[in-house]
Design a protein around this ligand. Sequence first.
Ligand SMILES: *Cc1c(COP(=O)(O)O)cnc(C)c1O
Length: 431
Amino acid sequence: MKKPELGTLCIHAGYTPGNGEPRQMPLIQSTTFKYDSSDAMGRLFDLEDSGYFYTRLQNPTNDMVAARLTALEGGVAGMLTSSGQAANLFACHNICQAGDHMISTAAIYGGTFNLFAASFAKMGIEVTFVDQNASDEELHAAFRPNTKLLFGETLTNPGVQVLDIRRMARIAHEHGVPLIVDNTFPTPINCRPFEFGADIVTHSTTKYLDGHGTTVGGAIIDSGNFDWDAHASKFPGLTSPDPTYHGLVFTKAFGKAAYITKATVVLMRDLGAIQAPQNAFYLGLGIQTLNVRMKFINNSALEVAKYLQSVPELKWIHYPGLENDSYHTLAAEYMPGGCSGVMALALEGGRDFANKFMDSLKLITIETHVDDCHSCILHPASHTHRQLNEKQLAEAGVDPDLMRLSIGLEDPKDIIADIEQALQAAREFLA
Ligand SMILES: *Cc1c(COP(=O)(O)O)cnc(C)c1O
């Protein structure tokens, strides 16, 4: 059979029922699993046999959904986490510990920025933030002997800037470290970062992958392409004996699955941030329609962005799908099928006009969420990013006027009509 297309993988990858078995991926709502002998259980705990021991580490439903996402990204191994925050924490912490250094692009999700700038500092991990548009020379200069990884977002939240994945991968690899990218906004339908050299992908599955605003979750997928042993002294957790597993060496025992296996049997074991199987089940359902949802949203968002360009009060709009957007060329390279549903915009008329506009929207709701089937809007400087000071806002690429609009699955004609009536209400209010 030919290699299945993405839309087919969304429905079938990760689970193939046998004769008389459930057609839908089953929810295994069980904390524990049973063994025929004490010996059998012992071999599991020594990682000699594969199998399930406890749902804090692994659960069959989680694994089926992780396998579905791994197939979509074109990776070799994946795991689910309780949230996108946990995914980024685990993805970095798996290879970076106290005394180490990592580099992240500065224009990233506010929660990730806090994780890196505040919590990682307390854990003894130093993070240097770089402008993703800095020259190669400037980026090279940020690396140190103890740098363990380079991190970026493929499409930034909330600034919707497109990451030059090939360039970032080349620079990371010249320093013997992996490129980790958060691919939440494009999803594998719009961008598959492994094809451009990224080594590890993370997701907040809370967003499009679930797609219906029901469950918080995260995922980490490994391409299997980074050669940890070639840089063994940088990554001792993967390449030297682990005393908590009788001296097992992850790269020797698990090959291309070493990184995900270690994150599961060490980080999940000790830090415990597994996604609830019930949530994984919802996620698996959501992914089944991901392909059709993303295609619809790509088209609607472009239509809304084009309409917004005609609004007299528009100060600026960022949507890489627009031909005159400064990231359009990169978007054409990395996400040729479409740029998802999120756009950043600012209106003339100051905060009063913007607030009246947002408060007058009826269909589009004010919420913390993004990448959902419901259209929504948020003002990061007064909502998600309100802990950041002006300098940090500027570093994170967040203009104080920026409004983040996320286009959902409603008919785009109704979305545009809602924006039009809210603009009219704001005009009358300020007249
Ligand atoms: C929402 C988000 C996160 C955090 O995910 P949670 O599931 O809310 O913990 C991380 N990265 C990006 C790009 C996000 O949009």
